[in-house]
Design a protein around this ligand. Structure first.
Ligand code: NAD
Ligand code: UDP
Length: 319
C-alpha cells in the first residue's frame, strides 16, 4: 500500500486514537484534528515523537485546510449518552457543520472519506437484529435526538457528496465498542461498571437490566473499519459484535473479571433507551471477510489494567 496522508477528526478520542495507531502501523502519515471536547491529549501522548504524526487542536465546525490529504476519517463527535446530553448543541453542530467541513476538505483534494456513523441511526429498533436496510425508529425530539439525528444527517450528507460530487465516501455503522482509553467518567456502561466494581461501589443497572447491547472490543472494531476503508464498498456496513448480552449479564461479567464483591443497584431507565441492539454482520462478513474475534470476557480482561490505572488516577486527582 502507498503511504498516504490521512486525517482523523476526533483523533484524540477513544476510537480515533486507536485508529491513528493502526494507520501509523500501516505506514501512513496521520494528522489528528480534535478540539478536546471529550477527548484527551493523553490518548495520543505516545505518538508525540513519531515524525509521521501530528496533532492539531481545532474545532471542525470551523472550516479547516492543513494541506493535501488522501483520506479523511470523520470521527469527531461526543459519543456517550452522558456527553451528548451535556453537549447537545455541539453534537448537532459537529454532525452537521463539522461533517460538511470534513466532506469539503475531502472534495477539495479528491480524498477518500469514511464517516463514523452509529447503530443509534436505528434508534430503539423494531427490527432485530439490525440489518443495514433497516431505516430505524428514532424519536426526533427525545433526549437522544441531538446525537441520533446529527448522525443521520451526517449519513445523508456523506451519501449526497457521493451522489452529487462523486466523492469516494463510505459509511460505517459502529455498534457499542469498548476498551482501553475510554474516558472513565463518560457514563457508558463498560467504564461505569468497571469503575464501580474496582472501587467496590454498587453497579448501577438502569431499568430491569433486560435491555440488550452487543459489545465489540476495540481492536476488532478498528480491524473492521480499516477493512471497510480499503475496500470498494460504500456501505453502510454494520461493524459490531453480534453476540448479544443483557445489561445484567454485562454487570455479571464485569464482577467476574474484576473479582469484585460489589452489589447491583437498580436505577431508573433513561428515556428512549433502546431495548435491544444487535448487528446483523452478514454484509461485513461477506464483503469484507471480517468478523470479531474477541469475546466480552476476554476484552474486559484485556481492558482491566487500563481501567485500574484510570480509577487510580481519578483518586489522585480528587485527593
Ligand atoms: P470520544 O468522545 O472518545 O471521541 C470523540 C472525539 O471527537 C473526542 O476526542 C472529541 O474531543 C472530538 N470532538 C468532538 N467534537 C469535536 C469538534 N467539533 N471538533 C473536533 N473534535 C471534536 O468517542 P468515541 O467513542 O471515540 O467515538 C468516536 C466516533 O465514533 C464518534 O463519531 C462516535 O459517534 C462514533 N461511534 C462510537 C461508538 C462507540 O461505541 N465507541 C459507537 C458508535 C459510533
Ligand atoms: N447502563 C446501565 N448502567 C450504567 C450505564 C449504562 O444500566 O451505569 C445501560 C444503559 O441504560 C443502556 C446500556 O447500559 O441500556 C448501554 O448504555 P451506554 O451508555 O453504554 O450506551 P448506549 O448503547 O445506550 O448508547
Amino acid at each position: 500500500m502507498n503511504t498516504l496522508r490521512i486525517m482523523v477528526t476526533g483523533g484524540a478520542g477513544f476510537l480515533g486514537s486507536h485508529l491513528c495507531d493502526a494507520l501509523l502501523a500501516e505506514g501512513h502519515a496521520v494528522t489528528a484534528v480534535d478540539n478536546l471536547l471529550t477527548g484527551r491529549r493523553g490518548n495520543i501522548e505516545h505518538l508525540r515523537n513519531d515524525s509521521r504524526f501530528e496533532f492539531l487542536e481545532h474545532d471542525i465546525c470551523q472550516p479547516f485546510d492543513y494541506g493535501r490529504v488522501d483520506y479523511v476519517f470523520n470521527f469527531a463527535s461526543p459519543a456517550s449518552p452522558v456527553d451528548y446530553s451535556e453537549h447537545g448543541i455541539e453534537t448537532l453542530q459537529v454532525g452537521s457543520l463539522g461533517t460538511f467541513n470534513a466532506l469539503e476538505l475531502a472534495r477539495k483534494y479528491e480524498a477518500r472519506f469514511l464517516m463514523a456513523s452509529t447503530s443509534e441511526c436505528y434508534g430503539d429498533p423494531e427490527e432485530h437484529p439490525q440489518k443495514e436496510t433497516y431505516w430505524g425508529h428514532v424519536n426526533p425530539i427525545g433526549p437522544r435526538s441531538v446525537y441520533d439525528e446529527a448522525k443521520r444527517f451526517s449519513e445523508a450528507a456523506t451519501v449526497a457528496y457521493r451522489r452529487y460530487h462523486q466523492l469516494d465516501a463510505k459509511l460505517a455503522r459502529i455498534f457499542n465498542t469498548y476498551g482501553p482509553r475510554m474516558q472513565i467518567n463518560d457514563g457508558r456502561v463498560v467504564p461505569n461498571f468497571m469503575k464501580q466494581a474496582l472501587r467496590g461501589e454498587d453497579l448501577t443497572v438502569y431499568g430491569d437490566g433486560k435491555q440488550t447491547r452487543s459489545f465489540c472490543y476495540v481492536t476488532d472494531e478498528i480491524d473492521g473499519l480499516l477493512r471497510l476503508a480499503w475496500s470498494k464498498e460504500p456501505g453502510p456496513v454494520n461493524i459490531g459484535n453480534p453476540r448479544e448480552f443483557t445489561i445484567l449479564e454485562c454487570a455479571q461479567k464485569v464482577l467476574a473479571v474484576t473479582g469484585s464483591k460489589s452489589q447491583i443497584r437498580y436505577e431508573p431507565l433513561p428515556a428512549d433507551d433502546p431495548k435491544q441492539r444487535r448487528p446483523d454482520i452478514t454484509k461485513a462478513r461477506t464483503l469484507l471477510g471480517w468478523e470479531p474475534r474477541v469475546d466480552l470476557e476476554s476484552g474486559l480482561k484485556m481492558s482491566l489494567d487500563y481501567f485500574r490505572g484510570a480509577v487510580a488516577a481519578l483518586a489522585t486527582t480528587r485527593a
